[in-house]
Design a protein around this ligand. Structure first.
Ligand SMILES: [Zn+2]
Ligand SMILES: [Zn+2]
Length: 261
């Protein structure tokens, strides 16, 4: 089976100790590409990213200021895209701006600052003609309002680790975005998300691990890793009555069209 991991934090310190083994398992699992998310303000992670790229030439990067980190730029939110831009310039394998967005669940930064930093990064993505990787939690209306205001549909992108309902999924699809499902879809009680997994058109579906977080069943509670994305494909395949391989292949095609690896 061929597959992809459209969102993982493989340059995180959680993988520093056994990165080679993790990558070997990802290769053995048939992963053709992985999009590794980097925080523009994390020098150590950016350094480890060099090592990840050296070990696995199938990785591409998304770089952004996460909404959790937006408070750092409260003095001048325009510094956020400047930080991202500098990192993009230095990273030939960067293919997206992200993850960016709004998180009112954790609410680590004031909403106004999160919104400003999000807007500025969409503008940067448009200038660079790069798709965006969106993180949104408990902030649906503000997210869609800002995406519309900033003409984000021009570059498109993905709602990563989608956890919304069917109505929200339709909203995302209507503006041309992709929906990426993570291990949560394997949780038996995620009934609404399982409905979402049935309705997303095959040409807009992506799959991810968001590793090291959110390991799918039956690895729940353990550290997650890219190879486990095959579990996500299996469960979506079961829900749609198609082979997991078909889900993996569609996700790969979508990944290649969106991120041009
Ligand atoms: Zn996220
Ligand atoms: Zn993430």
């Amino acid at each position: 089976m061929t597959s992809v991991d459209s969102h993982c934090h493989l340059a995180g310190e959680e993988f520093a100790g056994d990165l080679e083994a993790v990558i070997q398992r990802a290769r053995d699992a048939g992963l053709a590409h992985a999009l590794v998310i980097l925080a523009a303000d994390d020098d150590k992670e950016l350094e480890r990213a060099r090592y990840v790229a050296a070990l696995w030439n199938a990785v591409r990067f998304a770089i952004g200021v996460h909404p959790h980190a937006a408070a750092k730029y409260s003095g001048d939110p325009t510094e956020a895209p400047r930080a991202v831009q500098g990192r993009l310039d230095a990273e030939p394998n960067a293919r997206a701006v992200g993850e960016i967005g709004l998180d009112y669940y954790y609410d680590f930064a004031p909403k106004q600052i999160q919104q400003h930093v999000f807007r500025e990064q969409i503008r940067l993505a448009r200038r660079r003609k790069l798709p965006i990787v969106i993180h949104t939690r408990d902030a649906e209306d503000d997210t869609f309002r800002i995406l519309a205001d900033e003409s984000a549909g021009e570059v498109g992108g993905v709602f990563h680790c989608f956890t919304g309902d069917r109505a929200m999924a339709r909203r995302a699809l209507e503006i041309g975005f992709h929906i990426s499902l993570a291990g949560i879809v394997t949780f038996p009680r995620a009934l609404e998300l399982r409905e979402v997994a049935r309705l997303v058109p095959l040409d807009r579906l992506l799959i991810e691990t968001d590793s090291p977080f959110l390991a799918p069943v039956p690895f729940r509670g353990a550290r997650n890793e890219p190879s486990y994305v095959t579990r996500v494909a299996e469960v979506i395949g079961e829900l749609r009555g198609v082979a997991a391989a078909e889900i993996g292949a569609a996700a790969r095609e979508n990944f290649e069209r969106l991120f041009k690896p």
